[in-house]
Design a protein around this ligand. Structure first.
Ligand SMILES: C[S@@+](CC[C@H](N)C(=O)[O-])C[C@H]1O[C@@H](n2cnc3c(N)ncnc32)[C@H](O)[C@@H]1O
Length: 300
């Protein structure tokens, strides 16, 4: 169906609250909002990593609101612009023809994928490639880690190399639970998945159900609410959070245990290595991807 993509770029961030209220009123069916300060706030809190954003995005100082209207709705469009003008706020409108994709077209972006000789990721609606002994079904619709990220793939490669069969595995920052499920499907014994986001904890439980495996998912800020020692502690989290996790790893690993870390930006590998060495961990393996790295560490 033919639509118009309507975008309002605000001249001043001061007008943001009023502009959002205006869009709330005139687009009750929903709209998209982009405020560059959101990114900066997450970076300042340390839960997002600045290396993931281009200089252009970090320098962005214009907020945008976007909505979609049926192309034949010309009267409504004129009315919205008239009401905006009456508010006396400064902003530039752009409008471009837009064909809304089929409802299910996004699924084409997610195809079965062989990550290691053994592990294959497969969206639940697709047929597995059948090349690996372990097929992890994913539900990309729920987000929280679909397996397409380089960081997740590095973590899966480390996990496969560590051979989880019969081991106790704790997945810290589990997101969708993809690593925890992969561990279980590779024959791990007890598997615990933790995250400080309750929605991720629920997503991991759903993922376990989808894959028909038995694991526990629970909320925890890193290892704070995790008991016992683990043969494998796997964490794919941003570098700043890994730096906080590392000092607690040695105590929480079983005598021959391993910590598998991913989410390390290439530019910050040395920081992680120094922190690991300072807290008595010994590097056993290093994977270098395009932008990201993964490390396998053992107790010192
Ligand atoms: C990059 S995602 C990884 C998701 C999944 N493990 C994967 O590999 O695809 C990082 C996850 O770490 C979680 N996280 C961030 N800080 C955390 C903390 N302090 N304690 C527990 N989880 C945390 C986030 O909520 C997010 O789900």
């Amino acid at each position: 169906m033919a639509y118009i993509k309507l975008e309002l770029i605000l001249a001043s961030l001061d007008d943001w609250p009023q502009a959002v209220l205006f869009f709330d009123e005139v687009f009750p069916e929903g709209f998209e909002q982009y405020d560059p300060r959101d990114i900066l706030a997450h970076l300042a809190k340390g839960d997002w990593d600045a290396h993931e954003y281009s200089a252009d995005i970090l320098a962005e100082d214009q907020a945008r609101l976007t909505a979609y209207l049926a192309a034949e709705d010309r009267d409504r469009l004129a009315d919205i612009k008239y009401r905006w003008a009456a508010l006396g706020l400064d902003g530039a409108w752009t409008q471009t023809p837009y064909d809304l994709p089929d409802q299910d077209a996004w699924r084409d972006h997610f195809q079965p994928m062989k990550v290691t000789d053994r592990i294959e990721l497969c969206p639940y609606w697709a047929s597995p490639l059948g090349e690996g002994a372990v097929v992890v079904l994913t539900n990309p619709g729920i987000g929280f880690g679909t397996g397409t990220d380089e960081t997740t793939q590095l973590a899966l490669r480390l996990l496969d190399q560590a051979d989880p069969a019969g081991k106790r595995v704790c997945d810290v920052g589990c997101g969708s639970g993809i690593l925890a499920v992969a561990a279980k499907k590779c024959g791990a014994g007890e598997v615990l998945a933790v995250d400080n986001d309750p929605q991720a904890v629920a997503a991991a439980a759903d993922m376990a159900q989808l894959n028909q495996v038995d694991l526990t998912s629970q909320p925890s800020d890193l290892l704070q609410d995790v008991r016992g020692r683990w043969d494998i502690i796997i964490a794919n989290i941003v570098t700043d959070v890994l730096l906080v996790l590392i000092p607690n790893l040695n105590d929480r690993l079983a005598p021959t245990g391993q910590a598998l870390l991913s989410g390390i930006h290439k530019g910050r590998l040395a920081e992680i290595q120094e922190q690991a060495a300072q807290y008595g961990l010994i590097e056993e393996a290093r994977l270098i991807g395009k932008d990201w790295c993964g490390l396998a560490l053992k107790k010192g």
